[in-house]
Design a protein around this ligand. Structure first.
Ligand code: FAD
Length: 392
């Protein structure tokens, strides 16, 4: 406690800054471990999850150079069914989890060559995916364009509704006793070279034994965090459309369908409730979240090439969100160089997928002070100058 400062609510063992899915799962798991946990966010359950498609795509999102991340993605995908069952039980909320699988298709010879490469990479890592001819793809998904040249059937890449996930996490946190401060954090409090809590907008101070910075794309900007400790997280804008499949058209698609069209990724994610999410652009434009005519046009044009029938569907929503990108596209998890401060950020395009494993990793680290083996490669210290000199 700091004499002279107001201290709303009880002192916390842990203060989580940021109530997107990553901050929420960290708070929920910490509270379950018996830690007195507080979370500060003006709108917990908001953030990128309000826009995200919710693909749990460990296999179809495999990229060259991201093999280490693959291990964490697979660990999280593996935990999803049990995580969802536990969360739905704890919150009484439906998360919209759907184990429907994914079909990645090619529309021309270049796309097909690219998918063949991806298939070879997947097989090298022992991942389950099956090559299908164009005809076999259309047999699975009759709404696909006649020109589809082939595709990869990945039965293990599922989906969840990120808005419902976020809502369920808020309720689970409340039921587990997490104290919510629905305000911005103005700055980190540092006392004797140790993170000691945070000051909220309006001046109230929340003292805490440990602080977790989970502020998404804003994690790299929080005042009070020493410059050398601030994570190098940047916003990567994504525009997304939501369409509705009227009951007369159902089932329009039975699984997630995706492709690379003229170098841009496009995907269609069909929810049980008739929503069809079409995404997403990838734009490095700072914190801009404007929905542009160009973004909407690109998504509709590419999605229409893949599934021509989408033009019949009502367009119900457009939106843009920010992915918290890190220098190596992998998250930063665990203790920072400042004692008492931990990071849970930089989840980039896989934050929804990585929610279960992040909760487990962060709770373990908060309780023991050590990252579990599965997360050691994701220490924020991998970007510190001293670490880079040692590994050079
Ligand atoms: C278009 C798009 C599509 C996506 N699709 C997928 C997908 O299919 N699958 C997948 O796995 N992932 C997907 N993602 C990525 C995923 O949504 C993100 O990685 C994830 O939501 C990040 O969660 P977060 O909690 O780290 O950050 P955020 O969701 O950004 O949450 C951060 C929170 O911190 C709060 N905050 C910030 N600063 C402060 C402060 N000073 N004080 C208090 N609170 C603060 C904010 O209010 C916010 O609520 C997508 C993202 C986008 C944008």
């Amino acid at each position: 406690m700091h004499p002279g400062h107001p201290t709303p609510g009880p002192a916390a063992d842990v203060l989580v800054i940021g109530g997107g899915v990553i901050g929420l799962v960290t708070a929920w798991r910490a509270a379950q471990r018996g830690l007195r946990t507080a979370l500060a966010d003006p709108r917990p359950g908001g953030g990128a999850a309000q826009v995200a498609a919710g693909m749990l795509a460990a296999v179809t999102e495999l990229h060259y150079g991201e093999e280490t991340l693959l291990g964490l993605n697979l660990a999280s995908a593996d935990r999803y069914p049990r995580f969802v069952a536990e969360l739905e039980e704890a919150s009484g909320e439906d998360t919209g989890y759907r184990s429907c699988g994914t079909l990645a298709v090619a529309l021309d010879a270049d796309d097909r060559a690219h998918l063949r490469e991806l298939h070879a990479l997947q097989r090298r890592f022992g991942l389950e995916s099956e090559w299908l001819s164009g005809r076999e793809c259309r047999r699975l998904e009759p709404m696909l364009a006649p020109g589809v040249r082939g595709g990869l059937r990945v039965d293990g890449d599922h989906q969840i509704d990120p808005r419902r996930l976020a809502r369920a996490l808020v309720v689970a946190c409340e039921r587990a006793g997490v104290v919510f401060h629905r305000r911005w954090v103005e700055r980190l409090s540092v006392v004797r070279d140790r993170a000691a809590g945070a000051v909220l907008a309006g001046g109230d101070e929340i003292p805490a034994g440990q602080v977790v910075l989970a502020a998404g794309t804003l994690s790299g900007r929080l005042e009070g965090v020493p410059a050398a400790v601030l994570p190098a997280v940047r916003p990567v804008k994504g525009q997304v459309l939501r369409l509705t499949v009227p009951p007369a058209y159902a089932p329009f698609l039975s699984r997630t369908v995706r492709a690379v069209v003229r170098g841009s990724h496009v995907y269609l994610v069909p929810r049980e409730n008739g929503e069809l999410v079409v995404g997403a652009t990838s734009e490095e434009l700072g914190w801009d979240t404007t929905v542009t005519a160009g973004g909407v046009y690109q998504l509709l044009r590419d999605a229409h090439e893949l599934v021509p029938g989408i033009t019949e569907l009502p367009l119900t929503e457009t939106g843009a969100g920010l992915r918290p990108g890190s220098p190596d596209n992998a998250p930063l998890l665990g203790p920072a160089e400042l004692p008492g401060l931990l990071l849970a950020t930089g989840h980039y395009r896989n934050g929804v997928l990585l929610t279960p494993v992040t909760g487990d990793v962060m709770a373990h680290t908060l309780v023991t002070g050590e990252l579990p083996d599965e997360a050691r490669a994701f220490t924020p210290r991998r970007f510190s100058t001293a670490q880079q000199e040692v590994s050079a």
